[in-house]
Design a protein around this ligand. Structure first.
Ligand code: GLY
Length: 424
C-alpha cells in the first residue's frame, strides 16, 4: 500500500515536471507551428510559376526618410525606387531565381521540415530548390552562396541526391571566378560606380566554399575564403569593430573608397551589415579554428550588444539611425545575430552572455510584436524588417531572409537545449 502511494506520488511529480517543461516551451512550439502553416500557405499559393516570395510591397514617405537619413530628401531623391503602384501596396512581392534572396524560401521549407518532420513540406522544399538549378551556371553576382547554400546546401543534408554535389561545386567554382588574386577578395557587384566593390554581406557566401571543400577535398576553396576573410578584416572595420558596408578596391588591392549602400550614411553601423559580419567570422572560426577569427567575431558581438538601445534587443535598421518609436526595426538583423551568437557562445569560455543575448532576441522575434498571426502577413513568418531604407525599398515589411534565419536560430537553440519538436 505504502509503495503504491509512493509510486503514485512519483508519477504525479514527473507529470507535473513534464507539464511545466511543456508550458515553458509553448512559445517555441507556437513559433514553429506558425512557421509551418505560413510557409505552406506561401508554397501552395505560388505553386508553378517559378517565383519566390520575397516581401510585401510597401511605400515610403520622403520626409520620414530624410529624417532617418539625416539629410535633405532632395539629395537622395534620385536614388530612390519609384513608389510602388497603389494597387500593389500590401500585396506579396515575389522575385525570380536570379534575385539574391531566391534561396531563402526553399531554405525555410527545409528548416521547417527538419524541425518538425512534417512530410507535407518535403515536396515543396524539393521543388522550390530544383527551380534554382540554373543558378549553378550563373556568375553575375557574389550572392551565389546565399542562393545555393541555403537551398541545395540544406537539401544535401536532409535529402541527399547525386545531382546536388555538382550544383554546389559548380556554383562554388563560379563564386571563385569572382575572386581577384591581386586584390585578395571576391567581387560583390557588377553594377555601380565602383572599381571593385566588396560588401560586408559577402562574408556570408564563404559557407558555400567550405561546403565545396568538404565535398571535393580541394583546398582552393579554403584559400579563396581565407584570403577574402582576411582582406575584409583588414579593410572593412573601424576601430570600434563596426563595419563599412561597401569597400571598393583599386586593382593593386589598395582601398578606392569606403561607403554605404543600404545604411544611414557612409560612417554609420547598418544593422544587418553588423549581423553579416559576426555571422561570417563565427563561420570562419568554425572552419579554420584560427583564434583571430574567433576574437574578431567576439569583438563584433560585443559591439552589437553594447550598441543596441531597444528594450527587446531587436535593433533599429541602423545603429546610428535617429531613434524613436517610429524608427523601423530590422527583425532580419536580429535573426542573423541570434544565429551567430548561438554558435559563437559554444566556442568561448564566457559563451553564456552570447547564448543569453541570442535567446533574448529569439524570444522577442517569437513574440506577438514580430511573429505573424497565422493566415496574415502574406504567409511570411516575421514582421518588421528593413530591406533598403536608403532606396525607399522594403521599409518595415517582412523579408524572406528574416524568416530563414529565424528558423535557423530556432534550430540552433533547440540543439543547444536538447529539445525536439515532439518534446515541446
Ligand atoms: N545582401 C543584401 C542585404 O543584406 O540587404
Amino acid at each position: 500500500m505504502k509503495n503504491t502511494l509512493k509510486l503514485t506520488l512519483i508519477a504525479a511529480l514527473l507529470l507535473a515536471v513534464s507539464c511545466t517543461c511543456r508550458d515553458e516551451n509553448l512559445w517555441l512550439k507556437n513559433a514553429i507551428d506558425t512557421s509551418v502553416s505560413q510557409l505552406l500557405s506561401q508554397a501552395v499559393e505560388l505553386e508553378g510559376p517559378g517565383e519566390m516570395p520575397r516581401s510585401i510591397w510597401v511605400g515610403y514617405d520622403l520626409d520620414f526618410l530624410g529624417w532617418q537619413l539625416d539629410q535633405d530628401p532632395a539629395i537622395f531623391r534620385d536614388s530612390l525606387r519609384k513608389q510602388c503602384a497603389p494597387e500593389l501596396l500590401g500585396k506579396l512581392r515575389t522575385c525570380d531565381i536570379y534575385n539574391w534572396t531566391s534561396g531563402f524560401f526553399p531554405g525555410s521549407l527545409w528548416y521547417a521540415y527538419e524541425l518538425t518532420g512534417n512530410k507535407e513540406l518535403l515536396p515543396y522544399a524539393k521543388d522550390y530548390t530544383n527551380i534554382l538549378f540554373p543558378i549553378s551556371s550563373y556568375t553575375e553576382t557574389h550572392d551565389l552562396g546565399f542562393m545555393i547554400e541555403c537551398s541545395y546546401g540544406n537539401a544535401l543534408r536532409l535529402s541527399p541526391a547525386d545531382t546536388i554535389k555538382s550544383v554546389i561545386v559548380n556554383t562554388a567554382d563560379n563564386l571563385c571566378s569572382r575572386f581577384d588574386s591581386n586584390i585578395g577578395a571576391i567581387r560583390s557587384w557588377d553594377f555601380g560606380p565602383w572599381n571593385f566593390p566588396v560588401i560586408i554581406d559577402n562574408m556570408m557566401n564563404l559557407d558555400l566554399l567550405f561546403e565545396a571543400n568538404r565535398l571535393t577535398g580541394d583546398n582552393k576553396y579554403l584559400d579563396v575564403a581565407r584570403r577574402h576573410a582576411d582582406k575584409t578584416m583588414a579593410n572593412h572595420f573601424r576601430e570600434d569593430h563596426t563595419s563599412w558596408h561597401v569597400v571598393s578596391y583599386n586593382n593593386d588591392g589598395t582601398v578606392q573608397c569606403r561607403q554605404t549602400f543600404q545604411g544611414k550614411n557612409d560612417d554609420s553601423a547598418w544593422a544587418r551589415g553588423q549581423a553579416w559580419g559576426v555571422y561570417g567570422y563565427t563561420a570562419c572560426y568554425r572552419q579554420f579554428k584560427d583564434e583571430k577569427y574567433l576574437n574578431f567575431a567576439c569583438a563584433i558581438a560585443d559591439m552589437i550588444m553594447s550598441r543596441v538601445t531597444t528594450q527587446d534587443g531587436v535593433p533599429y535598421w541602423d545603429y546610428d539611425a535617429p531613434a524613436s518609436d517610429k524608427t523601423p526595426r530590422d527583425a532580419s538583423a536580429a535573426a542573423v545575430t541570434a544565429c551567430a551568437l548561438f554558435e559563437l557562445g559554444g566556442f568561448v569560455q564566457d559563451g553564456q552572455k552570447y547564448y543569453d543575448y541570442a535567446e533574448k532576441l529569439l524570444r522577442s522575434l517569437a513574440g506577438p510584436d514580430y511573429l505573424a498571426e497565422p493566415g496574415t502577413n502574406c504567409g511570411f513568418v516575421l514582421k518588421h524588417s528593413v530591406g533598403s531604407l536608403h532606396h525607399g525599398s522594403e521599409i518595415d515589411t517582412p523579408l524572406n531572409y528574416a524568416d530563414y534565419y529565424f528558423l535557423e536560430a530556432i534550430k540552433r537553440y533547440m540543439a543547444l537545449k536538447g529539445l525536439t519538436y515532439k518534446t515541446l
